[in-house]
Design a binder for this molecule. Structure first.
Ligand code: FES
Length: 158
């Protein structure tokens, strides 16, 4: 059974919560540059610094959704620029598999994205965040009954 995440926006003040895993060498440095350059981008994303996109375990993504993220993205060095040679190639392969799995869980494909942004591409990061945020706003809040047991388990652990 595939559960869908239909949109129901009752509260017009709703803002999406987006979690981004950014590799420290490229995209996280690009985010720093965006900040230093005072680029104006939507404040909906939380950035998590990782050593390389290859370090993003699929469970990190599932946990982000289980913890209430409306969308998740991974951003790293351009292909050929990974500081660990092929970390981003591994990520690219994993991403396709994980995206399919998430679809089976009823998570719309626009809610999980992968991008390559270098340390000098602050403007590209801004455009990506602006586009992703508006795309998730269109979809509305995520509704995933299938993740409810995970969320309950987490609350009991606290
Ligand atoms: S070091 Fe940036 S993607 Fe591997």
């Amino acid at each position: 059974m595939v559960v869908t995440d239909e949109k129901t926006i009752e509260n017009t003040d709703w803002e999406p919560r987006i979690v981004g895993f950014l590799c420290r060498w490229c995209s996280y440095a690009g985010a720093d540059l965006a900040g230093i350059s005072r680029l104006d981008y939507p404040p909906n994303s939380i950035f998590i610094k990782v050593p390389c996109t290859g370090r993003v375990d699929p469970t990190f993504v599932l946990k982000a959704f289980a913890d209430g993220a409306d969308a998740v993205f991974i951003s790293g060095c351009h292909l050929g620029d990974c500081h660990y040679i092929e970390g981003n190639y591994k990520t690219m392969r994993r991403f396709e598999i994980l995206k399919e799995t998430l679809k089976q869980l009823g998570i719309h494909e626009r809610r999980f994205q992968l991008t390559w942004i270098s340390a000098s591409e602050a403007q590209k990061l801004k455009e990506f965040l602006t586009s992703m945020t508006s795309s998730i706003k269109e979809l509305g809040p995520i509704q995933l009954p299938i993740l409810a047991p995970l969320q309950k388990e987490d609350k009991q652990d606290d």
